[in-house]
Design a protein around this ligand. Structure first.
Ligand SMILES: Nc1ncnc2c1ncn2[C@@H]1O[C@H](COP(=O)(O)OP(=O)(O)OP(=O)(O)O)[C@@H](O)[C@H]1O
Ligand SMILES: [Mg+2]
Length: 273
């Protein structure tokens, strides 16, 4: 796995989201819709997997893989789709979406239904950490997606996913701890958490949460021969995050530069039947 290559790839997608510049289209598009607890992201790639457009909306219409506000979710996906279609001057027809590992039956269907209600045909539903592993090109090791509400774990061996799990922990839990510690609202805690100038101070407060996350991951990977852990998801943005994982688990832990965008990109890479 070439982390530098993956970082450049993710950075090119981040630039597209930021600049909102249209890109030239060649061939059939691949679309990914990530219905996250904290963010809804739409990613569009061209036939050669080059990112050509993307849009993100912070939302709380899905909680831990469960759609809690169906109408709201559809509205957001529709508006993101429209935004991207206007930039590209073409319509998005097919899409892939993702669910936390272990999401089954009606709950998994509900996620796909949101995308279908926004007028895209869902041709694949992948699990989140597995989607992330596609971007990183991980063939062996564990991919851990620490999102807003859930932490997904995917273990790969020789390019095959051999184990997946999902745990109810993520950035939301960090914010709750910050809110309690500083006696501020959840929203204020969210802002404090993302303020780079306070990163060191805040990390001291949430370090026990990260240690707990690491101990959860350690249990899941215990019976597998995992030599490397790849962390992705918005909640692992902290500089010291992977260091805590390494210390707790004793397995080398690496993180791409823009961890929040890895899973959304991976979903688009999996937009195939
Ligand atoms: N710079 C940052 N520092 C710390 N935390 C951050 C930062 N940026 C985002 N986060 C946190 O990351 C989480 C969102 O990450 P992500 O977009 O991966 O989650 P999601 O996909 O919406 O959720 P899930 O996968 O659990 O459904 C939020 O808790 C958010 O506060
Ligand atoms: Mg996610």
């Amino acid at each position: 796995m070439d982390l530098k290559k993956a970082n450049d790839y993710i950075a090119s997608f981040a630039k597209l989201i930021e600049e909102k510049q249209p890109h030239k289209i060649t061939g059939k598009l691949k679309v990914g819709v990530d219905l996250g607890t904290a963010n809804i992201v739409i990613s569009v790639l061209d036939e050669a997997d080059k990112p050509i457009a993307g849009a993100l909306y912070p939302a709380s219409v899905v909680k831990d893989g469960l759609v809690v506000d169906y109408v709201g979710a559809v509205q957001i996906v529709r508006s993101l789709k429209q935004q991207v279609e206007d930039l590209l001057g073409t319509r998005l027809i097919e899409a892939a979406t993702a669910v936390p590992p272990g999401t089954i039956g009606g709950n998994a269907k509900a996620m796909a239904n949101v995308v279908e209600s926004a007028d895209m045909e869902v041709i694949n539903v992948v699990d989140e950490p597995t989607a992330a592993s596609t971007v990183l090109g991980v063939k062996d090791g564990a991919v851990v997606d620490v999102g807003g509400g859930t932490t997904g774990i995917s273990i790969l061996k020789k390019g095959r996913v051999i184990y997946t799990a999902d745990e109810a922990t993520g950035g939301t839990h960090m914010s709750l701890v910050i809110a309690g510690n500083y006696k501020v609202s959840f929203q204020q805690a969210e802002e404090m958490k993302k303020d780079p100038s306070r990163e060191r101070e805040i990390f001291t407060v949430i370090k026990p949460v990260v240690e707990k996350m690491a101990s959860i991951v350690k249990k899941h990977i215990a019976s597998y021969d995992v030599k490397k852990i790849y962390v992705v998801g918005g909640a692992c943005c902290f500089k010291e995050f992977e260091g805590v994982f390494y210390k707790e688990i004793g397995v080398e832990t690496v993180k791409p530069k823009l961890p929040l965008l890895v899973t959304p990109l991976g979903i688009a890479l999996n937009c195939k039947k």
